[in-house]
Write a protein that binds this ligand. Structure first.
Ligand SMILES: *Cc1c(COP(=O)(O)O)cnc(C)c1O
Length: 370
Protein backbone atom coordinates (compact mmCIF):
# COMPACT_ATOMS: atom_id res chain seq x y z
CA UNK A 1 0.00 0.00 0.00
CA UNK A 2 2.93 2.34 0.70
CA UNK A 3 6.69 2.31 -0.02
CA UNK A 4 8.37 4.31 2.71
CA UNK A 5 11.83 2.85 2.10
CA UNK A 6 12.04 4.05 -1.49
CA UNK A 7 10.84 7.51 -0.49
CA UNK A 8 13.45 7.66 2.29
CA UNK A 9 16.30 6.67 -0.04
CA UNK A 10 15.57 9.67 -2.28
CA UNK A 11 16.04 12.14 0.60
CA UNK A 12 18.40 10.05 2.69
CA UNK A 13 21.25 12.58 2.88
CA UNK A 14 19.01 15.41 4.07
CA UNK A 15 17.20 13.21 6.59
CA UNK A 16 20.38 11.68 7.96
CA UNK A 17 21.92 15.14 8.30
CA UNK A 18 18.95 16.29 10.42
CA UNK A 19 18.97 13.13 12.53
CA UNK A 20 22.74 13.33 13.07
CA UNK A 21 22.46 16.92 14.16
CA UNK A 22 19.85 16.00 16.77
CA UNK A 23 22.06 13.17 18.01
CA UNK A 24 25.04 15.52 18.20
CA UNK A 25 23.09 18.14 20.12
CA UNK A 26 21.53 15.42 22.30
CA UNK A 27 18.55 17.67 22.80
CA UNK A 28 15.82 15.11 22.32
CA UNK A 29 12.84 16.88 23.83
CA UNK A 30 11.57 20.29 22.63
CA UNK A 31 14.63 21.95 21.16
CA UNK A 32 14.93 24.37 18.33
CA UNK A 33 13.91 21.99 15.56
CA UNK A 34 10.45 21.57 17.05
CA UNK A 35 9.73 25.29 17.09
CA UNK A 36 11.32 25.72 13.65
CA UNK A 37 9.08 23.02 12.23
CA UNK A 38 6.01 24.53 13.89
CA UNK A 39 6.65 27.94 12.37
CA UNK A 40 7.46 26.50 8.92
CA UNK A 41 4.23 24.49 8.91
CA UNK A 42 2.34 27.58 10.10
CA UNK A 43 3.78 29.53 7.20
CA UNK A 44 2.88 26.80 4.72
CA UNK A 45 -0.72 26.61 5.99
CA UNK A 46 -1.03 30.35 6.54
CA UNK A 47 -2.26 29.81 10.10
CA UNK A 48 -1.18 31.82 13.13
CA UNK A 49 -0.41 29.01 15.58
CA UNK A 50 0.89 25.47 15.13
CA UNK A 51 1.20 23.44 18.32
CA UNK A 52 2.87 20.07 17.85
CA UNK A 53 2.05 17.04 19.99
CA UNK A 54 2.56 13.29 20.28
CA UNK A 55 0.14 12.01 17.63
CA UNK A 56 -3.10 12.83 15.80
CA UNK A 57 -5.33 11.22 18.41
CA UNK A 58 -3.74 13.36 21.14
CA UNK A 59 -4.24 16.42 18.95
CA UNK A 60 -7.99 15.71 18.90
CA UNK A 61 -8.08 14.97 22.61
CA UNK A 62 -6.16 18.10 23.60
CA UNK A 63 -8.38 20.19 21.30
CA UNK A 64 -11.53 18.91 23.01
CA UNK A 65 -9.94 19.52 26.43
CA UNK A 66 -9.28 23.12 25.41
CA UNK A 67 -12.97 23.77 24.73
CA UNK A 68 -14.13 23.63 28.37
CA UNK A 69 -17.02 21.23 27.74
CA UNK A 70 -18.96 19.60 30.57
CA UNK A 71 -19.63 15.91 31.26
CA UNK A 72 -22.30 14.47 28.93
CA UNK A 73 -22.07 17.38 26.51
CA UNK A 74 -22.53 16.08 22.98
CA UNK A 75 -20.02 16.23 20.16
CA UNK A 76 -21.05 15.38 16.61
CA UNK A 77 -18.75 13.24 14.46
CA UNK A 78 -19.05 10.98 11.40
CA UNK A 79 -19.90 7.31 11.71
CA UNK A 80 -17.85 6.42 8.63
CA UNK A 81 -14.32 7.21 9.83
CA UNK A 82 -11.30 6.13 11.80
CA UNK A 83 -12.07 5.73 15.49
CA UNK A 84 -9.90 8.55 16.91
CA UNK A 85 -12.40 11.40 16.84
CA UNK A 86 -15.23 9.44 18.45
CA UNK A 87 -12.85 7.73 20.85
CA UNK A 88 -11.50 10.92 22.41
CA UNK A 89 -15.02 12.33 22.80
CA UNK A 90 -16.02 9.29 24.84
CA UNK A 91 -12.71 9.11 26.69
CA UNK A 92 -13.16 12.63 28.03
CA UNK A 93 -16.65 11.87 29.32
CA UNK A 94 -18.56 13.56 26.51
CA UNK A 95 -21.06 11.86 24.27
CA UNK A 96 -20.28 11.05 20.63
CA UNK A 97 -23.25 11.67 18.37
CA UNK A 98 -22.78 9.93 15.06
CA UNK A 99 -23.99 11.30 11.76
CA UNK A 100 -24.17 9.82 8.31
CA UNK A 101 -21.82 10.89 5.50
CA UNK A 102 -22.23 11.83 1.86
CA UNK A 103 -22.18 8.77 -0.40
CA UNK A 104 -20.12 10.52 -3.03
CA UNK A 105 -17.32 12.14 -1.04
CA UNK A 106 -17.43 10.12 2.22
CA UNK A 107 -17.66 13.25 4.40
CA UNK A 108 -20.18 14.68 6.88
CA UNK A 109 -22.71 17.17 5.54
CA UNK A 110 -24.20 20.25 7.17
CA UNK A 111 -27.67 18.79 6.67
CA UNK A 112 -26.83 15.62 8.61
CA UNK A 113 -25.24 17.69 11.36
CA UNK A 114 -28.34 19.89 11.76
CA UNK A 115 -30.52 16.78 12.19
CA UNK A 116 -28.29 15.55 15.01
CA UNK A 117 -28.15 18.73 17.08
CA UNK A 118 -29.76 18.64 20.53
CA UNK A 119 -29.70 21.13 23.39
CA UNK A 120 -26.58 19.33 24.67
CA UNK A 121 -24.57 19.67 21.48
CA UNK A 122 -21.43 21.76 21.96
CA UNK A 123 -19.02 20.84 19.18
CA UNK A 124 -18.57 19.19 15.78
CA UNK A 125 -15.61 17.16 14.55
CA UNK A 126 -15.76 17.00 10.75
CA UNK A 127 -13.22 14.50 9.40
CA UNK A 128 -11.75 15.32 5.99
CA UNK A 129 -11.60 11.75 4.82
CA UNK A 130 -9.17 10.23 2.29
CA UNK A 131 -7.74 13.58 1.15
CA UNK A 132 -10.53 16.02 0.48
CA UNK A 133 -12.66 18.29 2.59
CA UNK A 134 -16.15 18.18 4.04
CA UNK A 135 -18.38 21.14 3.08
CA UNK A 136 -16.77 23.46 5.60
CA UNK A 137 -18.49 26.67 4.54
CA UNK A 138 -21.95 25.28 5.33
CA UNK A 139 -20.69 23.49 8.42
CA UNK A 140 -19.24 26.75 9.77
CA UNK A 141 -22.60 28.43 9.17
CA UNK A 142 -24.36 25.71 11.18
CA UNK A 143 -21.73 26.05 13.92
CA UNK A 144 -22.30 29.76 14.10
CA UNK A 145 -26.12 29.42 14.09
CA UNK A 146 -26.04 26.92 16.96
CA UNK A 147 -22.96 28.30 18.76
CA UNK A 148 -20.89 25.12 18.35
CA UNK A 149 -17.11 24.75 18.30
CA UNK A 150 -15.55 23.09 15.25
CA UNK A 151 -12.48 20.86 15.48
CA UNK A 152 -11.35 19.66 12.06
CA UNK A 153 -9.77 16.20 11.87
CA UNK A 154 -7.36 16.79 9.03
CA UNK A 155 -5.12 13.76 9.56
CA UNK A 156 -5.74 12.59 6.00
CA UNK A 157 -6.02 15.85 4.09
CA UNK A 158 -3.11 18.07 5.08
CA UNK A 159 -2.26 20.29 2.12
CA UNK A 160 -5.74 20.21 0.57
CA UNK A 161 -7.28 23.61 -0.09
CA UNK A 162 -10.89 24.62 0.37
CA UNK A 163 -12.59 27.15 -1.92
CA UNK A 164 -15.34 29.34 -0.48
CA UNK A 165 -18.29 30.73 -2.47
CA UNK A 166 -16.50 34.06 -2.84
CA UNK A 167 -13.56 32.17 -4.41
CA UNK A 168 -11.19 32.73 -1.50
CA UNK A 169 -9.29 29.65 -0.40
CA UNK A 170 -7.97 28.30 2.88
CA UNK A 171 -6.11 25.15 3.76
CA UNK A 172 -8.24 22.47 5.35
CA UNK A 173 -7.53 22.38 9.06
CA UNK A 174 -7.39 26.18 9.28
CA UNK A 175 -11.12 26.89 8.87
CA UNK A 176 -12.64 25.62 12.14
CA UNK A 177 -11.70 26.81 15.63
CA UNK A 178 -8.96 24.19 15.79
CA UNK A 179 -7.53 21.84 13.14
CA UNK A 180 -5.73 18.60 13.94
CA UNK A 181 -3.36 16.44 11.97
CA UNK A 182 -1.23 13.33 12.32
CA UNK A 183 2.30 12.64 11.08
CA UNK A 184 1.87 8.85 11.27
CA UNK A 185 4.15 7.22 8.66
CA UNK A 186 1.36 6.65 6.10
CA UNK A 187 -0.03 10.20 6.14
CA UNK A 188 0.83 12.70 3.41
CA UNK A 189 3.25 14.58 5.66
CA UNK A 190 4.73 11.79 7.71
CA UNK A 191 7.54 11.23 10.16
CA UNK A 192 9.36 8.04 11.19
CA UNK A 193 7.28 7.34 14.27
CA UNK A 194 4.36 9.11 15.91
CA UNK A 195 3.64 12.81 15.72
CA UNK A 196 0.76 15.24 15.46
CA UNK A 197 -0.16 18.91 15.49
CA UNK A 198 -2.96 21.37 16.13
CA UNK A 199 -3.63 24.61 14.24
CA UNK A 200 -5.56 27.68 15.26
CA UNK A 201 -5.80 31.38 14.50
CA UNK A 202 -7.18 32.06 18.00
CA UNK A 203 -4.58 33.29 20.50
CA UNK A 204 -6.56 32.16 23.54
CA UNK A 205 -7.07 28.62 22.19
CA UNK A 206 -3.41 28.42 21.14
CA UNK A 207 -2.35 29.15 24.69
CA UNK A 208 -4.80 26.60 26.09
CA UNK A 209 -3.57 23.92 23.65
CA UNK A 210 0.08 24.52 24.55
CA UNK A 211 -0.73 24.49 28.24
CA UNK A 212 -2.71 21.25 28.10
CA UNK A 213 -0.15 19.45 25.92
CA UNK A 214 2.44 20.21 28.60
CA UNK A 215 0.84 19.04 31.88
CA UNK A 216 -1.09 22.28 32.22
CA UNK A 217 2.23 23.99 32.86
CA UNK A 218 3.40 27.35 31.53
CA UNK A 219 6.04 27.84 34.18
CA UNK A 220 7.94 24.85 35.43
CA UNK A 221 6.09 22.98 38.19
CA UNK A 222 3.17 25.42 38.23
CA UNK A 223 0.23 23.41 36.97
CA UNK A 224 -2.66 25.67 36.04
CA UNK A 225 -4.99 22.97 34.76
CA UNK A 226 -5.09 19.23 34.20
CA UNK A 227 -3.13 18.44 31.07
CA UNK A 228 -1.31 15.59 29.41
CA UNK A 229 2.22 14.82 28.29
CA UNK A 230 2.13 14.95 24.53
CA UNK A 231 5.02 16.22 22.44
CA UNK A 232 6.67 15.84 19.09
CA UNK A 233 10.18 14.35 19.40
CA UNK A 234 13.03 16.55 18.25
CA UNK A 235 14.15 13.72 15.95
CA UNK A 236 10.72 13.61 14.29
CA UNK A 237 10.68 17.39 13.97
CA UNK A 238 13.98 17.13 12.08
CA UNK A 239 12.48 14.55 9.71
CA UNK A 240 9.34 16.64 9.23
CA UNK A 241 11.32 19.80 8.45
CA UNK A 242 12.86 17.97 5.50
CA UNK A 243 9.64 16.35 4.34
CA UNK A 244 7.57 19.53 4.56
CA UNK A 245 9.70 20.91 1.71
CA UNK A 246 8.53 17.98 -0.42
CA UNK A 247 4.87 17.98 0.60
CA UNK A 248 3.62 19.69 -2.56
CA UNK A 249 5.69 17.35 -4.71
CA UNK A 250 4.37 14.33 -2.82
CA UNK A 251 0.78 15.51 -3.27
CA UNK A 252 1.38 16.10 -6.99
CA UNK A 253 2.70 12.55 -7.32
CA UNK A 254 -0.36 11.17 -5.57
CA UNK A 255 -2.61 13.15 -7.90
CA UNK A 256 -0.84 11.67 -10.90
CA UNK A 257 -1.48 8.16 -9.61
CA UNK A 258 -5.15 9.04 -9.02
CA UNK A 259 -5.44 10.43 -12.54
CA UNK A 260 -4.08 7.18 -13.94
CA UNK A 261 -6.46 5.06 -11.86
CA UNK A 262 -9.41 7.30 -12.81
CA UNK A 263 -8.70 7.07 -16.50
CA UNK A 264 -8.22 3.28 -16.46
CA UNK A 265 -11.04 2.36 -14.08
CA UNK A 266 -13.86 4.80 -14.75
CA UNK A 267 -15.33 2.70 -17.56
CA UNK A 268 -15.77 -0.37 -15.40
CA UNK A 269 -19.50 -0.39 -14.64
CA UNK A 270 -19.20 -2.11 -11.29
CA UNK A 271 -16.75 0.42 -9.87
CA UNK A 272 -17.24 4.03 -8.84
CA UNK A 273 -13.99 6.00 -8.86
CA UNK A 274 -13.53 8.84 -6.36
CA UNK A 275 -15.11 12.08 -7.46
CA UNK A 276 -13.18 15.32 -7.25
CA UNK A 277 -15.38 17.88 -5.47
CA UNK A 278 -15.36 21.49 -6.62
CA UNK A 279 -15.10 23.00 -3.13
CA UNK A 280 -11.91 21.15 -2.18
CA UNK A 281 -8.73 19.95 -3.79
CA UNK A 282 -7.85 16.29 -3.24
CA UNK A 283 -4.57 15.07 -1.73
CA UNK A 284 -5.36 11.38 -2.17
CA UNK A 285 -4.12 10.09 1.13
CA UNK A 286 -6.24 7.17 0.01
CA UNK A 287 -7.54 6.28 -3.42
CA UNK A 288 -10.83 4.67 -2.52
CA UNK A 289 -13.18 3.09 -5.03
CA UNK A 290 -16.66 1.76 -4.43
CA UNK A 291 -17.24 -1.77 -5.66
CA UNK A 292 -20.90 -2.45 -6.44
CA UNK A 293 -23.08 -5.58 -6.43
CA UNK A 294 -21.42 -7.17 -3.41
CA UNK A 295 -18.20 -7.86 -5.31
CA UNK A 296 -15.84 -5.96 -3.01
CA UNK A 297 -14.54 -8.85 -0.92
CA UNK A 298 -14.11 -11.06 -3.98
CA UNK A 299 -12.13 -8.36 -5.75
CA UNK A 300 -9.95 -7.84 -2.70
CA UNK A 301 -9.30 -11.58 -2.47
CA UNK A 302 -8.52 -11.81 -6.20
CA UNK A 303 -6.09 -8.88 -6.01
CA UNK A 304 -4.38 -10.35 -2.98
CA UNK A 305 -3.93 -13.71 -4.77
CA UNK A 306 -2.29 -11.81 -7.61
CA UNK A 307 0.08 -9.82 -5.47
CA UNK A 308 -1.85 -6.54 -5.31
CA UNK A 309 -2.49 -5.20 -1.80
CA UNK A 310 -5.71 -3.35 -1.04
CA UNK A 311 -7.44 -2.28 2.17
CA UNK A 312 -10.93 -1.69 3.47
CA UNK A 313 -11.07 1.70 5.18
CA UNK A 314 -13.43 1.19 7.05
CA UNK A 315 -15.25 -2.12 7.42
CA UNK A 316 -17.59 -1.26 10.33
CA UNK A 317 -19.36 2.06 10.88
CA UNK A 318 -18.54 3.53 14.28
CA UNK A 319 -22.15 3.47 15.48
CA UNK A 320 -21.99 -0.34 15.20
CA UNK A 321 -18.70 -0.73 17.07
CA UNK A 322 -19.02 -2.53 20.38
CA UNK A 323 -16.93 0.17 22.07
CA UNK A 324 -19.72 2.67 21.55
CA UNK A 325 -22.69 0.43 22.21
CA UNK A 326 -23.78 2.20 25.38
CA UNK A 327 -22.04 5.55 25.05
CA UNK A 328 -23.08 7.03 21.79
CA UNK A 329 -26.18 8.35 20.13
CA UNK A 330 -27.04 8.22 16.45
CA UNK A 331 -28.03 11.58 15.07
CA UNK A 332 -29.70 10.25 11.93
CA UNK A 333 -30.08 7.18 9.72
CA UNK A 334 -26.70 5.79 8.72
CA UNK A 335 -27.70 4.53 5.30
CA UNK A 336 -24.60 5.75 3.47
CA UNK A 337 -22.12 4.86 6.21
CA UNK A 338 -23.45 1.30 6.31
CA UNK A 339 -23.48 0.95 2.54
CA UNK A 340 -19.96 2.38 2.17
CA UNK A 341 -18.52 -0.08 4.69
CA UNK A 342 -19.56 -2.87 2.33
CA UNK A 343 -18.36 -1.20 -0.88
CA UNK A 344 -15.14 0.73 -0.26
CA UNK A 345 -11.75 -0.54 -1.31
CA UNK A 346 -8.55 1.50 -1.14
CA UNK A 347 -5.89 0.74 -3.75
CA UNK A 348 -2.11 1.16 -3.41
CA UNK A 349 -1.43 4.90 -3.25
CA UNK A 350 1.93 6.48 -2.59
CA UNK A 351 4.69 8.57 -4.10
CA UNK A 352 6.81 5.71 -5.39
CA UNK A 353 4.44 3.76 -7.65
CA UNK A 354 5.97 3.01 -11.04
CA UNK A 355 4.06 3.00 -14.32
CA UNK A 356 4.64 -0.78 -14.54
CA UNK A 357 3.16 -1.32 -11.09
CA UNK A 358 0.16 0.84 -11.88
CA UNK A 359 -0.44 -0.92 -15.18
CA UNK A 360 -0.26 -4.28 -13.43
CA UNK A 361 -2.72 -3.20 -10.74
CA UNK A 362 -5.35 -1.94 -13.20
CA UNK A 363 -4.88 -4.94 -15.49
CA UNK A 364 -5.68 -7.25 -12.56
CA UNK A 365 -8.80 -5.25 -11.72
CA UNK A 366 -9.91 -5.32 -15.37
CA UNK A 367 -9.34 -9.07 -15.60
CA UNK A 368 -11.45 -9.61 -12.48
CA UNK A 369 -14.40 -7.78 -14.02
CA UNK A 370 -14.12 -9.42 -17.47
C1 LIG B 1 -4.49 8.67 11.32
C2 LIG B 1 -5.72 9.29 11.74
C3 LIG B 1 -5.92 9.75 13.06
C4 LIG B 1 -5.00 9.44 14.19
O1 LIG B 1 -3.68 9.77 14.07
P1 LIG B 1 -2.61 9.05 15.00
O2 LIG B 1 -1.39 9.91 14.80
O3 LIG B 1 -2.43 7.67 14.52
O4 LIG B 1 -3.10 9.11 16.41
C5 LIG B 1 -7.09 10.42 13.36
N1 LIG B 1 -8.03 10.62 12.42
C6 LIG B 1 -7.89 10.19 11.16
C7 LIG B 1 -8.97 10.47 10.18
C8 LIG B 1 -6.74 9.50 10.78
O5 LIG B 1 -6.63 9.06 9.52
Amino acid sequence: MVNLKQQYLKIKDEINFEIDSVLESSQFIKGQKVSEFESQLGEYLNVKHVISCGNGTDALMISLMALNLKPNDEVICPSFSFISSAEVIALLGFRPVFVDVDYENFNVTAQNIIQAISNKTRAIIPVHLFGQGAEMESIMEVASDYNLAVVEDNAQSLGAEYTFKDNTTKFLGTIGDIGCTSFFPTKNLACYGDGGAMFTNDDYLAERLRLIANHGMKQKYRNECIGVNSRLDTLQAGVLKVKLKYLDKYIAERRKVAEFYNKELEDIKQIIVPKQQCHSTHTYNQYTIKVLNGKRDNLKQYLSENGVPSQVYYPIPLHKQQAFSSLARSGNEMTNAERLCGEVLSLPMHTELSVEQLQYIVSQIKTFFQ
